[in-house]
Design a protein around this ligand. Structure first.
Ligand SMILES: Nc1ncnc2c1ncn2[C@@H]1O[C@H](COP(=O)(O)OP(=O)(O)O)[C@@H](O)[C@H]1O
Ligand code: SF4
Ligand SMILES: [Mg+2]
Length: 454
């Protein structure tokens, strides 16, 4: 498994001045034990690398966006910042008003105390509110848990906080139940509960994605108002770059547990560098219905985080991948399978008889070998696939195709894991960018638009 290159400065894009949160080389891996049956079958134990070596420093008063498709590790990173999920490597340090704390080392009462300073707002306000508690009880709950004030003081603080989040007239909300409120009103109540202990940091995990379009902007505006008035710092988690543009000072683009690009919001939008960032931007629906813009991300789904692609984990989907991006047996399998979707059943029968089963190519450690039944015709088939689509990026990674008496072996160029490197004010993990700092990574002086398809 490739390792990440060492970096001296953990997050050079973070603002000068105080940092409220300091995430260093954080990993959160989940061991999937499997059931007794899968163990009986000798199936491998799987480790999901939900967060895999992340460095991130968050400045006081900053709004940092964590952006990526579902499964990229955003929620896990956010939960780790609150100590809601244990780190398997690295550290998170919180520099609070009342001192410095190692979140990743905290347990029990210390963690509960930390929740007065760091709070989370979740995606689904309905699930976040207990249906049998009134709004007043729900919003007062953190005060009760932390033994803050008398009943009267608690009540007064709830009223002031509900006012603050725009649930007015407050009297008409206090004794209502969540079911009586609209989605936007429920999210306001959840935000009220999150700010009632006067936290320093709010981690908002897709706070608007389950709300009606009409109220999304209003909730984001409320959060910006609260930030201004209460001096909050935000971590804003979203799969939607458009809302991040509106909301964030800085954006970290995540893919399979890593940050692949991070920098100031304007720079990310004006000059997206990572091919994944470009794809996310192209997928933002255009408000002008007459302009047709591709809505889909290129080439398939986000891969399995338990068996990430080698080299650059974006390479199977990357339209501009180059030789060292990490080509492997699994890509060969996809190539042949995609070819077969364009064949007639008869052609498929003939070709698959020559190539043999593709299952041997399935795992991350599989050998890229095909066609034990007939090396000559397998080589011909590969050449035919290549001539059908010579621009397919995989061919850039093929150094040689060798008949060695046991079918053909496809020799791929050795893959290199691209570490984050500096590129014009952002950090980007992609081989297309030579490392400006010259300290790490392996960017080979390839111009940023090399191989860029139109
Ligand atoms: N408790 C868990 N146990 C096992 N796998 C998990 C757990 N939580 C998250 N994962 C996995 O970790 C990866 C990242 O998930 P998540 O952090 O929820 O991503 P995102 O919020 O970006 O959608 C996914 O592959 C997900 O299935
Ligand atoms: S390193 Fe860059 S070019 Fe190569 S696959 Fe990854 S994103 Fe694409
Ligand atoms: Mg999530």
């Amino acid at each position: 498994m490739p390792t990440k290159p060492e970096r001296t400065d953990p997050d050079p894009t973070s603002p000068a001045g105080e940092h409220v949160l300091d995430v260093r080389d954080l990993s959160v891996h989940f061991e999937l034990q499997g059931n007794a049956f899968s163990r009986l079958l000798g199936l491998r134990r799987r480790t999901v690398r939900a967060v895999d070596g992340i460095d991130l420093r968050i400045g006081r008063g900053e709004v940092v966006g964590l952006v990526g498709e579902s499964g990229s590790g955003k929620t896990t990173l956010g939960r780790a910042m609150l100590g809601l999920v244990p780190a398997t490597g690295g550290a998170i340090t919180y520099h609070g008003k009342s001192g410095t704390a190692e979140v990743t080392a905290m347990r029990g009462a210390a963690l509960r105390q930390l929740r007065t300073d760091l709070q989370m707002v979740f995606q689904d306000p309905t699930a976040a509110l207990n249906p049998s508690m009134t709004i007043a009880e729900a919003v007062a709950h953190p005060l009760v848990i932390h033994g803050w004030g008398s009943r009267e003081e608690q009540r007064a603080r709830v009223v002031a906080t509900l006012e603050r989040v725009g649930l007015s007239p407050v009297e008409s909300f206090l004794d209502k139940y969540p079911a009586d409120l609209s989605g936007g009103q429920k999210q306001r109540a959840v935000i009220a509960r999150a700010i009632i202990l006067d936290p320093e940091v709010l981690i908002a995990d897709e706070p608007i994605s389950m709300l009606d379009m009409s109220v999304r902007a209003k909730i984001l505006q409320l959060m910006l108002d609260l930030k201004r008035d209460l001096g909050l710092t935000y971590v804003y988690i979203t799969h939607d770059l458009a809302s991040a543009k509106y909301f964030c000072d800085r954006i970290a683009i995540m893919y399979l547990g890593r940050i692949v690009e991070i920098g100031p919001t304007e720079e990310i939008f004006a000059n997206p560098r990572h091919p994944y960032t470009r794809a996310l931007l192209a997928a933002i629906p255009d408000p002008d219905p007459d302009r047709s813009i591709p809505r889909d991300l290129p080439r398939g789904e986000i891969p399995d985080a338990a068996e990430p692609p080698s080299g650059c984990s974006f390479h199977p989907r990357c339209p501009v991948a180059v030789a060292e991006c990490g080509w492997e047996a699994r890509d060969l399998k996809t190539l042949v399978e995609n070819h077969w979707t364009r064949r007639t059943p008869e052609e498929y029968d003939a070709e698959s008889a020559v190539v043999g089963p593709l299952e041997d190519l399935a795992g991350p450690d599989a050998e890229p070998r095909l066609g034990r039944a007939g090396a000559g015709s397998t080589r011909e088939l590969l050449e035919r696939i290549r001539s059908e689509d010579p621009d397919e990026p995989l061919w850039r990674g093929v150094d040689d195709i060798v008949d060695d008496g046991d079918g053909v072996r496809v020799d791929f160029h050795p893959g290199i894991d691209p570490g984050l490197r500096a590129a014009g004010g952002v950090q980007v993990a992609c081989h297309l960018y030579p490392d400006e700092a010259g300290a790490s990574g392996s960017g080979g002086g390839v111009p940023p638009n090399a191989g860029q398809s139109a």
